[in-house]
Design a protein around this ligand. Structure first.
Ligand code: TYM
Length: 327
């Protein structure tokens, strides 16, 4: 069976973008792949975090994984920091990475833009992400569009390692959905929907109440036209809403267009809100049950134990290939 690895940062409240671009696909892939899904806390600390918030967010994101449908009996769900081999391999891969490669990363450019002081962790972030993937020799990495460049760097690092130390790593492939790989902000369709945007109205959080969801969708920016038509170049806002509708209803983009043919934005947005609410309500119910049960800690412990076994094997091989003296 092919191996799958992915991660989500506990750096804010997960959004519908995270769900459509990544989490939903984690759930699909778990049935016929060996899956590791982590909450990447080591990546979250590349920007300042309040310790109490980080702890709460970490547990919350892990619970959302399970609430979204990841079955811990099928897929390992765990904290990145609980599998210490990630950080170790991350350091080794950092030594194979050039400053120029890291400077070209658009996520780094975006996150460091205008900052007086930028942490070195934010800069070397992609080498740790490469380690996350390569430590399991993953075949497939389900991510949204914004992570594609990091995946390309991962492949470059795998190739560099193989040519220096011997053919060891497989070339991981990104698994990027055809529709929904880049869900845009509700207030500005030129920016991706993000958990760190200061305006909560720009995103739908997975734990937003039905009324919050209705309010946010009714206020979502649209153009001054009337047609509910998928045309990302000329109608980016409406196209984004159609994408969300399609992903939450299971209808194709063409079916959504056909359903609202001749109708205006008002009824479309009203229905969209109900489609999103009915997608998220069962997930929220499961989320609250899981948090109340307190079972998430033992799920994370078991996930980390199983993932550590795979990771330790790779680390030992890599140490040997690189010339480290055995313990
Ligand atoms: P993060 O935490 O920013 O986002 C988690 C996942 O959600 C996807 N995503 C989106 N997809 C569609 N539309 C959006 N608006 C949107 N916003 C976010 C992201 O592409 C991602 O798949 N570096 C990663 C975390 C990471 C990782 C890894 C991922 C660390 N190690 C190893 C894969 C494999 C990140 O910051 O994701």
């Amino acid at each position: 069976m092919k191996r799958v690895l992915s991660g989500i940062q506990p750096s804010g409240k997960l959004t519908l973008g995270n769900y459509i671009g990544a989490l939903k696909n984690f759930v699909t892939l778990q049935h016929d792949h060996v899956c590791n899904f982590m909450v990447v806390d080591l990546h979250a600390i590349t920007v300042p975090q309040n310790p109490a918030d980080l702890r709460e967010q970490s547990e919350s994101v892990a619970a959302l994984f399970v609430a979204a449908g990841i079955d811990p009996a099928k897929a390992n769900v765990y904290m990145q920091s609980h599998v210490r081999q990630h950080a170790q391999l991350g350091w080794m891969l950092t030594t194979l990475t050039s400053m120029g490669e890291l400077e070209r990363m658009t996520q780094f450019k975006d996150k460091s833009a205008g900052k007086e002081s930028v942490g070195a962790g934010l800069f070397v972030y992609p080498a740790l992400m490469a380690a996350d993937i390569l430590i399991y020799n993953a075949d497939l990495v389900p991510v949204g569009e914004d992570q594609k460049q990091h995946l390309e760097l991962t492949r470059d690092l795998a190739g560099r390692f193989n040519s220096r130390y011997g053919d060891y790593f497989k070339m991981p492939e990104p698994y990027i959905p055809k529709v929904g790989a880049r869900i845009m902000s509700l207030d500005d369709a030129s920016k991706k929907m993000s958990k760190s945007n200061p305006n909560p109205g720009s995103r739908i959080a997975l734990l937003d109440s039905p009324d919050e969801i209705r309010k946010k969708i009714s206020r979502a920016t649209t153009d001054s036209g009337r047609e509910v038509k998928f045309d990302p170049a000329n109608k980016p806002e409406v196209s984004n809403l159609i994408t969300i509708y399609s992903q939450c209803s299971g209808l194709s983009v063409a079916e959504v267009e056909a359903r609202y043919d001749g109708q205006m934005y008002g009824p479309f947005k009203k229905d969209l809100a109900e489609v999103v609410v009915s997608q998220l309500e069962p997930l929220q119910q499961r989320y609250h049950d899981i948090r109340e049960s307190g079972e998430i800690r033992s799920i994370l412990r078991q996930g980390a134990e199983k993932a550590s076994e795979m990771a330790e094997k790779t680390l030992t091989d890599v140490q040997q290939l690189m010339g480290f003296l055995p313990y």
